[in-house]
Design a binder for this molecule. Structure first.
Ligand code: PMP
Length: 355
């Protein structure tokens, strides 16, 4: 079993050279051993601290990957425009990447999104188009509007994060090799949830190849997503129904990114919202980590997988982003009540719900 290096964390700074701007600072995130859950399971439960990316989330890697792929393929030239339909971390990552590289960034999003998100994107220099929140089948859906708008401009790309496999490739060339290196080639299993599927497919594919199939790769899924049943039923796609409080994950179809890898997934776990929310509070209390609900869901899934595999295994997952972007919900008593999640928080952790 791999043992993490001693925790003289600051010493790391002396050996790390300066990097080139925002782009140079993407990736190379720490891998954090989660002490309580590692001890409880007799495994090493490790989380990749993607909230430490310069734009604050795992999507910085994908944003950089899709932009640099378009540059390499000659689709995007200096002074060009990057267009995407996104309500979340991808837009933030793209806005940062575009500022740092001198591109214009245009984001289409459903008009149901919070004013904070719109303000943040605008502060990062993006042009934001809130459009009516209509279903994917409707041509006015924000994704289609992003695609059509990009087509209408010269020297513009629609990054198409769900189906553009440059997204998964960014994880294949960075997240996967980093986890391999940071575990001393000793990662027995990797598990995470998916939105576009880029993180799971790219990281999972690299780890499976490098370990010659020894690393198991599992999918973690929130309620309302069709992927858990797709994997466990051997490929039957059901109708999407219900939903989850976790943002940025869950899916109703097999995207191109997930499709490159879906048949190699070893298993899937479905995680109820109660457990994810409880883990947000637990990791804050026990590790001092302030992470969002998708990260917490990933840790719950890693712990469940550790129990299945038994002691002595190293299980890696992704800490996708911080709780800052969701704190007005996750730490609000009224929101927890409205979502029927009050009883998910144990008494001794309720003190953190200060809003
Ligand atoms: N967690 C959060 C908070 C996200 O924003 C996303 C991306 N939508 C994911 C997890 C999932 O990442 P991916 O798109 O690579 O599947």
């Amino acid at each position: 079993m791999f043992r993490p290096a001693s925790s003289r964390a600051l010493a790391r700074g002396f050996t790390t050279r300066a990097v080139d701007g925002f782009v140079g600072a993407v990736g190379n995130t720490p891998l954090i051993r989660l002490a309580k859950w590692s001890e409880k399971t007799g495994c090493n439960i490790v989380g990749k601290a993607e909230f430490q990316n310069p734009g604050g989330s795992v999507k910085d890697r994908a944003a950089l990957g899709v932009v640099e792929d378009a540059e390499e393929r000659g689709l995007l030239k200096p002074g060009g425009t990057v267009v995407e339909g996104t309500a979340g971390n991808t837009g933030i990552g793209l806005a940062h990447v575009c500022r740092s590289k001198g591109y214009k960034c245009v984001i289409f999003m459903p008009n149901t999104q919070s004013q904070e998100k719109i303000d943040l994107l605008r502060m990062l220099g993006a042009e934001v188009h809130p459009v009516p929140a209509v279903a994917y089948e409707n041509p006015a859906n924000y994704n289609h509007q992003a695609r059509d708008y990009a087509k209408s401009l010269p020297n513009a790309i629609w990054t198409d994060q769900f189906d553009n496999t440059a997204n998964a490739k960014a994880h294949y060339v960075s997240t996967g090799p980093e986890i391999w290196e940071q575990t001393g080639a000793g990662v027995d299993a990797f598990i995470c949830a998916t939105g576009t599927g880029g993180t799971l497919a790219g990281t999972g594919k690299f780890l499976k190849e490098k370990s010659q199939g020894r690393t198991q790769v599992w999918l973690a899924d929130p309620p309302g997503s069709v992927l858990h049943s797709y994997v466990t039923s051997g490929g039957k796609l059901k109708e999407r129904s219900g939903g989850s409080i976790t943002e940025g994950i869950g899916q109703g179809r097999i995207t191109n990114n997930l499709g490159t890898f879906v048949n190699e997934i070893d298993g899937a776990l479905s995680i109820p919202d109660e457990k994810s929310v409880e883990m947000v509070y637990d990791l804050l209390d026990t590790e001092g980590l302030y992470i969002g609900a998708s990260s917490a869901l990933n840790v719950v899934a890693a712990v469940e997988l550790a129990k299945k595999l038994g002691p002595g295994h190293t299980i890696a997952t992704i800490l996708c982003d911080g709780a800052y972007r969701y704190q007005s919900r996750l730490f609000s008593k009224a929101w927890l009540k409205a979502k029927n999640l009050e009883s998910a928080i144990p008494e001794h952790l309720k003190k953190y719900a200060v809003l």
